[in-house]
Design a protein around this ligand. Sequence first.
Ligand code: ADP
Ligand code: MG
Length: 731
Amino acid sequence: MQNLRFDAIKNISKDAITYNVKASEKVTTIFGEHVFTLKTARHYLTDDAYKSLVASTKGGKKIDRVMGNNIANGLKAWAEEKGVTHFTHWFQPLTGLSAEKHDSFFTLKGDGTPIQEFEGGALIQQEPDASSFPNGGLRATFEARGYTAWDPSSPAFIMEIGNGKTLCIPTIFVSYTGESLDTKTPLLKAIVALDKAAVDVCQYFDKNITKVNASLGWEQEYFVVDAGLANARPDLTLTGRTVFGHAPAKGQQLEDHYFGAIPERVYAFMRDFENESYKLGIPLRTRHNEVAPAQFECAPIYEEINLAVDHNTLLMDVMTRVAKRHNLLVLLHEKPFAGINGSGKHNNWSMSTDTGVNLLAPGKTPKTNLMFLTFFVNTIKAVHDYAELIRASIASAGNDHRLGANEAPPAIISIFIGKYLTDVLNQVEQRVSGNFDETDEAMLKLDIHKSIPELMLDNTDRNRTSPFAFTGNKFEFRAVGSSANCATPMTVLNSVMAETLKNFKVEVDSLIEKGEKKEVAIMQIIQKYIVESKKVLFEGDGYSDEWEKEALKRGLPNVKTTPLSLDAFSSDKAKKLFENNHIYNHLELEARHEIMLESYIKKVQIEARVMGDLASTSIIPSAIKYQNVLIENISGLKNIGMPSSAIASQQAIVAKISEHINTMAENVEAMIEARKKANEITDTRSKAISYCDDVKGKHFHIIRYHADKLELIIDDSFWPLPKYRELLFLR
Ligand code: ADP
Ligand code: MG
């Protein structure tokens, strides 16, 4: 271990930077090169097959066997030309990662002749064993078998690894009896639900609107560390975060990393993974240094949510793979390093119509203004009414370290809308109800769009502290963790929005039936919603202690840990919401709740084990070695007759080391005991709570405290783990 650390440090300066991307390579020539886009499909498919593919892509139309075969043939022809040998259904089970099982195009005919084959059946459906993926008990109730089914709305692509190429077919993953076992299935359902509810409301304003698409633009934060150094940190390799490590002399206090010049080696890596991403059709647009040393961010142009989610999942995979070529390790964990910023993944979310209107962009005419106000206020209402569920949608063991930790939004869900829109809502609220007909002229003529520049000015650091912020023409959900699959928060957001819009329509319709004018009815319900949900609006500093107190007064939920926040998934309110909108049935919801709790337990369990191992087999032994050196020194000094004043400091250090060792060892023992007790608990929720409170809560901090103190005392050459200063600054 000790050698590993110093070897790694030595090797860094020897590593030459790998430049894999040719300077002449233009994005426009490679973009989508590995994607079976509709344009490519046009070339490889018969007219009928092409039409059938387009219909299923755009209108969700089913593809029959014959057409399936035709499309598969075209896909195979295209893929073979590109040197592809295998294909796989590519899906996103509840592990949070993507999954694939490759099959060769190659097969044998009855007479033993080798041929290449890809049939419609293999394109449309496959049967991986569902029992090896998290299924939350759905396996016990039903069958172990599950199947993956093609999602034509996300195009097939070619994954290139080394010189191996695989055709990937994006699919959903469901149990044999149809329960969803992945993140994509519910997302697709939520997208449909929101489309329908939003179109219904849009009809008040424009009869031509027949489709509403929700969009997502994610911003992926990540850390990059030298792979050699990381290899000497078992905590990083096993958990994605450092469970020990004292803050370095220099951290992020100089604020010199944010938007600074990108370090050369990381830059070469970025270019490389961006290039791979372009080939896969991921429209990356921005890259920059983030606040913490060794922290970076990239973001694409926003896309339809399903595609955006697939692209983010793919990107995380591509980044991880490409990093290897550069002897780097990408850390997607929410909090790889204590004491400096963690990583999030802002989810920029908006809705737009097939008539080309962004429903969250303030309009230029009274009519579009009212439409904007409708969707804007409905979003606020949705987030207010389902704050717990929204909080639960971003809950994970990793995100628990980040939320509320000084640099990330707290676990309280609030919305920032800026000064101008706050004024607008106040004006609407203060109208005497029912008084709109006299003054609706004035109301509808609000020059909301003119406020945009002002709104942007208001886009200060202060609003950066909000977990859910309106940023001009979209809402930015910032509490999402960097390693998360965006499908879960997006499923929840779309579902609560669909439900809220449905109720809105019912309320407005009932006023219209009573004889109210349409615009007036709409204004009245908007007003009602503002009154009902304004307590979720907050413009101040979300990181401050005052906000926690204020939020408590307002009665806003503030659930800090994952096991408790996940309760929102099993509440009657959630069941009703998801069932009403056909997203999850009760069984699926319970299974999901169970899976998320299990995942939490496993992650904390692994961290606890790594902590115990490292403390007992690396840190304490190093401390003892150094202590022995001191003891030898003390007895040597005594032997040559030095006075006790000459050995006082050494003795003090020896005593300190003993104190730290003992407290650490005691706590490691106690943590192991706590784990044993937790493991005996059969109820998953109680077990997760016990892991959270008894294993992690009672012991992690104290074990770490003493390990980090030892790091400051022990001879540097004895310290086995690469230090923060090395991980964060050497590359
Ligand atoms: P910032 O860091 O200031 O939030 P970025 O440019 O890093 O800005 O990220 C903004 C993200 O929001 C990008 O992914 C962008 O494509 C996306 N975005 C912009 N407009 C919309 C919109 N109307 N709907 C959804 N996402 C959007
Ligand atoms: Mg942002």
